[in-house]
Design a binder for this molecule. Structure first.
Ligand SMILES: Cc1cc2nc3c(=O)[nH]c(=O)nc-3n(C[C@H](O)[C@H](O)[C@H](O)COP(=O)(O)OP(=O)(O)OC[C@H]3O[C@@H](n4cnc5c(N)ncnc54)[C@H](O)[C@@H]3O)c2cc1C
Length: 386
């Protein structure tokens, strides 16, 4: 695997050194952004663990606990690499295939872990979850990029490798070779970022897994032009479809999902537990490094148009002299706890990264949420319409 990356890196550096830096003009049709084109205001907390996410194996009171949580804003980007690593730690204990396993959490980590363990022949007794639909895995925008994930410098290589492993799985999905996820669940699309923005895909470029960046000027055709942008290619992950297909696979494998909050690992009869509880791990595993990082999203309706559904934006901008982010991802169905069958949408706008809002009263949170939605509308209108 690593020698393959090395060859790819050398190839990428060779290609990169010959690419011209003259910007190309890229004409894009922007979404129409206004109060009338917004269908939903959504907020949701990313499960961030400071320092690094926790993929480890623990022995507690005669139980084997495999932790896999704390992936912040990159849980989908690190999904398959993380689950592979967690399962590898478990396999190193030479487990008995007939020993019952309990998975906590029905986000992308819990569902994928349960499906993969079962497909390897292990006995997944059940998945317990606080809620089927009320979690960030459904809400995520769907950008394959290592962003909003806290890592210490010594962990960066490990994180990059988990990202690369996950990217290769999405590639296999994209080519229709994945055993249970259909190729339509991911799309390979251009993403445009200002040259000041850390795009989170630079390691893919370095590894030669995506083409070298192109320097571009965006022309929205309405008088709004953004010079000094960079175009990359990466995956848009249709998280609604992925969650539905992961759930289908768990159902096909006859793994029951029960709605139950687990307050202690000792409450479970099984001696093997996979802890994929996201933010819930703060209490369940007494882990104060886990913090919520709030994201605000606006979903677009049909009045916004549809030609913006073939590209992505992820960029830093200035608003009131502060650094803020704008993103646009072509999400087509939005699922929320009150709309579990989903509403059709024409992309999703973001984004914000506000840590520790749970320390505030609900009135204070409400006021900040409203302020962030207003600011987001204002800056995305300015970005797309001038
Ligand atoms: C607005 C937003 C945008 C995002 N965009 C992206 C993106 O573009 N790309 C990307 O890669 N990532 C993105 N993310 C991050 C990504 O969604 C998360 O990292 C990922 O979903 C985490 O998955 P998980 O399975 O670990 O946790 P979760 O989805 O949080 O699932 C945790 C599960 O554990 C259950 N649980 C918790 N505690 C208990 C308990 N005590 N007992 C029983 N069950 C429990 C919960 O009910 C839930 O089912 C985004 C997140 C947000 C909020």
């Amino acid at each position: 695997m690593f020698s393959k990356y090395l060859t790819l890196i050398i190839t990428a550096m060779t290609i990169g050194s010959t690419s011209a830096h003259e910007p190309t003009i890229v004409k894009l049709t922007p979404p129409l952004v206004s109060q009338e084109t917004i269908s939903q205001e959504i907020f949701c907390d990313r499960p961030m663990r400071e320092g690094k996410f926790n993929i480890s194996l623990d022995q507690q009171n005669g139980k084997t606990i495999v932790h896999c949580y704390g992936h912040g804003g990159s849980g989908w980007t690190t999904l398959f690499g993380s689950v592979n690593k967690a399962i590898q730690l478990f396999l190193e204990t030479n487990p008995d295939k007939s020993s019952p396993i309990h998975v906590i959490g029905s986000g992308c980590m819990g569902l994928t872990t349960a499906a993969e363990l079962s497909r390897l022949g292990y006995t997944v007794e059940k998945i317990s979850t606080r809620s089927i639909y009320d979690n960030p895995s459904w809400r995520a925008a769907g950008f394959f990029a290592l962003v909003s994930v806290k890592t210490s410098p010594e962990e960066q290589e490990n994180l990059n490798n988990i990202g690369l492993d996950t990217f290769l799985t999405y590639q296999s999905i994209n080519t229709g070779e994945h055993p249970y996820i259909s190729k339509d669940a991911v799309r390979y699309l251009p993403v445009y970022c200002s040259s000041q923005t850390d795009a989170g895909v630079e390691n893919l470029e370095l590894a030669g897994l995506i083409p070298p960046r192109e320097y571009v000027t965006i022309d929205f055709g309405n008088g709004t032009v953004h010079p000094e942008y960079v175009k990359y290619l990466t995956f848009f992950l249709d998280t609604t479809r992925l969650m539905r297909e992961l759930t289908d696979e768990v159902n096909r494998l006859n793994i029951p999902i029960e709605i139950r909050e687990i307050n202690s690992f000792d409450d479970l009869p099984e001696t093997i537990i996979f802890n994929c509880s996201g933010l819930g791990a703060r209490d369940l595993n007494h882990d104060n490094a886990v913090i919520p990082v709030r994201g605000h999203l606006l979903t677009l309706n049909e009045l916004s148009g549809s030609e913006h559904m073939d590209y992505m934006i992820y960029t830093k901008v200035k608003q009131d002299e502060n650094d803020e982010y704008i993103y646009l991802f072509p999400k087509g169905i939005s699922i929320t706890p009150d709309k579990t069958s989903g509403i059709h949408c024409f992309g999703v706008l973001g984004g914000t990264f506000l840590p520790n809002m749970d320390h505030l009263s609900s009135d204070e949170q409400e006021a900040i949420n409203q302020k962030e939605f207003n600011k987001l509308l204002e800056r995305t209108q300015k970005f797309f319409q001038g």
